[in-house]
Design a protein around this ligand. Structure first.
Ligand code: GDP
Length: 331
């Protein structure tokens, strides 16, 4: 699925639009003053099409995939405001068209010397209608400019989501298990860049993403945007591979990492693995391993950087993912 916002035609800022129409008016001539003034208002009327094209190009918000709807909600802050502004802009453009039509009828019926005054009045009224909506136009322009940039994550592909504490090796693992160089995507959930890779399997394409700044901190430290981000992640069709940092350079203690793992695994099906096994801290390894064994969980020890255990982890993750998908298809 492509980004549904890719085709949105961004609307010009209201003031810039009015200015650009005003600048084009003096260049228009005509066979008479009335003819010239009529052409001027007709130019204004036809230029309104950019706003109509914008409104038409916006996908239906209620029909969006939940992943994209949540993204839009995070970017906009309020989905209802998006709907209200879109409706207000549509109404405004219709109204401006009607006003211009009325002034054009008046010009046709007027004396030559009245025509310019009427054109100015029509121009002013239509511009007033647009100016009233300039905050909405600016808001919509900003929101959709950001939404257009959200490429690369396809919410319909089966997805392996790599989670774990900061610096554990998430993006290293994404590149290790992807068929080609991962792309970089920016998401409203996080100020950090998300890496998006793909694995070609016999059963089709699988997506691999990391989640920097999202699933890497205790819940208590999270802000509302992060909560919504977690919701968006929940809506992806996928499983999580949670990396524990068992190295001498680990930034989090075993307990902190275990707490994080428990939170993440309550959101989605999660496979644990210990990374940086080439630089292991025996104390950390022991503590994390005994926790996982106590829970009866299987786990792999890997080195994403050195490529140790990575193929096995990839195999396990794909197996889980497809099992889950088969389960969902049956359900
Ligand atoms: P992220 O923040 O979780 O995405 O972590 P990165 O993938 O950016 O990796 C953080 C640092 O850990 C980088 O310097 C990597 O080279 C290093 N790193 C990743 N995997 C391993 C590993 O298996 N062993 C060791 N020793 N270093 C690793």
């Amino acid at each position: 699925m492509r980004n549904p916002f890719e085709g949105v035609k961004l609307p010009p800022d209201a003031e810039a639009f009015i200015d650009s129409v005003a600048k084009r008016l003096p260049r228009l001539g005509g066979t008479s003053i009335k003819d010239r003034e009529l052409r001027r208002l007709a130019l204004y009327r036809d230029s309104l099409e950019v706003y109509e094209a914008f409104v038409r190009s916006v996908p239906s918000i209620d029909d969006l995939h939940p992943f994209y709807r949540t993204s839009l909600e995070i970017v906009a802050g309020d989905l209802n405001k998006v709907k209200v502004c879109l409706a207000s802009l549509s109404r405004g453009v219709r109204l401006a068209r009607r006003v211009l039509k009325q002034y054009m009828a008046q010009i046709r019926a007027s004396e030559e010397e009245e025509a310019n005054k009427l054109m100015r009045a029509g121009f002013g009224r239509a511009s007033g209608i647009l100016r009233k909506r300039k905050e909405c136009v600016k808001f919509l322009r900003d929101v959709f400019a950001q939404m257009k940039k959200l490429m690369a994550v396809d919410p319909e592909l089966p997805t392996i989501i790599i989670a774990g504490p900061p610096n554990v090796g998430k993006s290293t693992l994404v590149s290790r298990i992807s068929s080609a160089k991962p792309e970089v995507a920016s998401y409203p959930f996080t100020t950090k860049e998300i890496h998006v890779g793909h694995i070609d399997t016999e059963r089709g394409k699988v997506q691999v993403i990391d989640t920097p700044g999202i699933l890497d901190r205790p819940m208590s430290e999270r802000n509302p945007i992060e909560f919504r981000a977690i919701n968006a992640i929940k809506n992806l069709n996928g499983i999580v591979v949670f990396l524990f940092d068992a190295s001498q350079g680990a930034l989090y203690s075993a307990r902190e990492q275990i707490d994080l793992f428990e939170e993440v695994s309550s959101i989605k099906r999660t496979l644990p693995a210990l990374n940086k096994i080439d630089w292991v801290d025996e104390g950390l390894r022991e503590e994390i391993a005994s926790y996982l064994k106590g829970k009866g969980m299987r786990f792999l020890e890997i080195s994403a950087e050195k490529g140790v255990g990575v193929e096995e982890l990839k195999g396990e993750a794909l197996k889980e993912l497809f099992q889950q998908n088969v389960g969902e298809e049956k359900a």
